[in-house]
Design a protein around this ligand. Structure first.
Ligand code: NDP
Length: 264
């Protein structure tokens, strides 16, 4: 299936590893040019050069912290200079948390709010007008199943991802008149390097291997009995970027191996 994404410009925050990298690979394979952003400049530059070589598309790398106003401004500037605007924005950068509500200070709430919500607000505000003048566009938010079904150890993550989903809905209503389709994706368990690293730490000096630990996490939570490969999540993002998803507007798509325990 040709998704007709060749020559489109896609901005991906957190495109250097994990789900963001898988989305970058999926879009590059369809011929889209990429503007990637992450904080670790070396890793990002290596990834960008690799994608350019492998897929023959144009890839720019902006090392910036999207949780800051200066970081999103740097990314927007780079997109303007290199491409003159964007057709697709994937707000993917994010990370889990661990705290209790009674002990977490204001600064911690603010930091996750800035990363999960304000980055998306600022990038939409800066890039949507250009999408409108290009005839339309797509904005996708990588939230989490935790936006609806909270995990006990990460209340700040749950709350800020829920806010991101509501932001996505409000933005969709505001922009569909300009032919910009906005949606959110809520993944479940996705096997990224961070999960392996944490599992290795948790199982060091125990009888349980890190692989067994992760299998138990999957068995305890996802009826499918395994983690998703990042590529399985990226496939949905790439589809939603394409005109094949032309009636997908203002929705939240769960992709969780059956983990969500209710219907929505
Ligand atoms: P990874 O930790 O594997 O990758 C995160 C990416 O975001 C990296 O490229 C990282 O690069 C970048 N990043 C993190 N913080 C910032 C920042 N402040 N500014 C710019 N870039 C940043 O994450 P995943 O692939 O696991 O997760 C991606 C998204 O998917 C997240 O929003 C996460 O909440 C969500 N998700 C993940 C699930 C999972 O099981 N893995 C499940 C459900 C949702 P660098 O560190 O160099 O900045």
């Amino acid at each position: 299936m040709d998704l007709q994404l060749r020559g489109k410009v896609a901005v991906i925050t957190g495109g250097s590893v994990g789900i963001g990298l898988a989305i970058a690979r999926g879009l590059a394979a369809e011929g889209a040019d990429l503007a990637l952003c992450a904080r670790d400049a070396d890793r990002l530059a290596t990834v960008a050069a690799g994608l350019q070589d492998e897929f023959g598309v144009r890839v720019t790398a902006t090392a910036a912290d999207v949780a800051t106003e200066a970081g999103t401004a740097a990314l927007v500037d780079a997109v303007g200079t290199e491409y003159g605007g964007a057709d697709i924005l994937i707000n993917n950068a994010g990370t889990g948390s661990e705290e209790t509500i009674l002990e977490a200070p204001d600064e911690r709430w603010q930091a996750y709010w800035d990363l999960h919500v304000m980055a998306a607000v600022r990038l939409a505000r800066a890039l949507a007008p250009g999408m409108k003048s290009r005839g339309g566009g797509v904005i996708l938010h990588n939230a989490s199943i935790c936006a609806t079904q909270p995990l006990g150890y990460e209340p700040i993550y749950n709350v800020t991802k829920a806010a991101l989903v509501m932001f996505s809905k409000c933005l969709a209503n505001e922009l569909i008149g300009d032919n910009i389709r906005v949606n959110a994706v809520n993944p479940g368990l996705v096997m990224t390097p961070d999960w392996a690293k944490t599992a290795k730490l948790l199982t060091a000096d125990t009888d349980v291997s890190w692989q067994e630990h992760l299998q138990k996490v999957a068995d305890d939570n996802a009826p499918i009995g395994r983690f998703a490969d990042p590529e399985e999540i990226a496939n949905l993002f790439v589809f939603l970027c394409s005109d094949r998803a032309s009636y997908c507007v203002g929705s939240t798509y769960y992709i969780d191996g059956g983990w969500l325990r209710v219907t929505t």
